[in-house]
Design a protein around this ligand. Structure first.
Ligand SMILES: [Zn+2]
Length: 50
């Protein structure tokens, strides 16, 4: 039985995982990370992961 966290993970950039987002308000596409992502263009929180 496999145990999670045994060290087989490939953590190259721990905590720095950028994801692609799109703003529903202005249509801007940007890289965001964290739990509270806001559009860098219009500061809207109405963004979706793409
Ligand atoms: Zn925006």
């Amino acid at each position: 039985m496999c145990s999670v966290g045994g060290g087989d993970f490939n953590l190259e950039v721990e905590g720095l995982e950028f994801e692609r987002y799109k703003c529903n308000d202005c249509g801007n596409k940007f890289d965001g990370m964290g739990e509270e992502v806001v559009c860098p263009s219009c500061q809207s929180e109405n963004v979706v992961k793409i």
